[in-house]
Design a protein around this ligand. Structure first.
Ligand code: GAR
Length: 177
């Protein structure tokens, strides 16, 4: 059973739902994340401001996901680092999707940084999550061309259309293990 962490729009969450994957819980670090509205399953917000520190927030979020029966966690546009308080509850069972060919261009501004760097090829990566910023072993990667006319919006849309296929594929495989 899958738990999904989100911070934003939630188009990758939607792709997981549309693929018929067993998403039983959705959590966010932001109460007003539009992604939360896509979930017809259990959904909850764990804002840092409501907890003494990051470890306490992460422990509460992991505990809640565990109560929903979650065994695999998918970060679908979740924009906070996870501490060991969370990761130790789901060993080798947290995956992330990122809009670049990792390890190139990690971080929250990958699309803008790739355009600024003038590279010809970007991509989408799905990887296992560790304590680093978009680090951890790569599970799947696909290349996406960068066009001379691209804006951050057009490039991100092209990458997302690949993410929406690649992420459910990898998650389905992990569920079958
Ligand atoms: C996706 O492009 C995902 O790769 C990226 O945030 C976007 C979320 O879109 N994640 C990161 O940059 C993680 N460092 P969504 O909310 O529409 O799924």
């Amino acid at each position: 059973m899958i738990g999904v962490l989100v911070s934003g729009e939630g188009t990758n969450l939607q792709a997981l739902l549309d693929a018929g994957l067993p998403v039983v819980a959705v959590a966010s670090n932001k109460r007003d994340a539009p992604a939360l509205e896509r979930a017809s399953c259990a959904a909850a917000a764990f804002e840092l401001a409501d907890f003494p520190d990051r470890a306490a927030r992460d422990a509460a979020m992991a505990g809640w996901l565990g109560e929903q029966g979650v065994r695999l966690v998918v970060l679908a546009g979740y924009m906070h680092l996870l501490t060991p308080a969370f990761l130790d509850c789901f060993p080798r069972a947290v995956v992330n999707v990122h809009p670049s060919l990792l390890p190139e261009f990690p971080g929250a501004h990958a699309v803008e940084e790739q355009l600024a760097a003038g590279i010809a090829e970007s991509g989408a990566t799905v990887h296992l999550v560790d304590e680093g910023i978009d680090s951890g072993p790569v599970l799947a990667q696909e290349r996406v061309p960068v066009l001379p006319s691209d804006t951050p919006e057009t490039l991100h849309a092209r990458i997302k259309s690949v993410e929406h296929r690649l992420l459910p594929e990898v998650v389905r495989e992990l569920c079958a293990r």
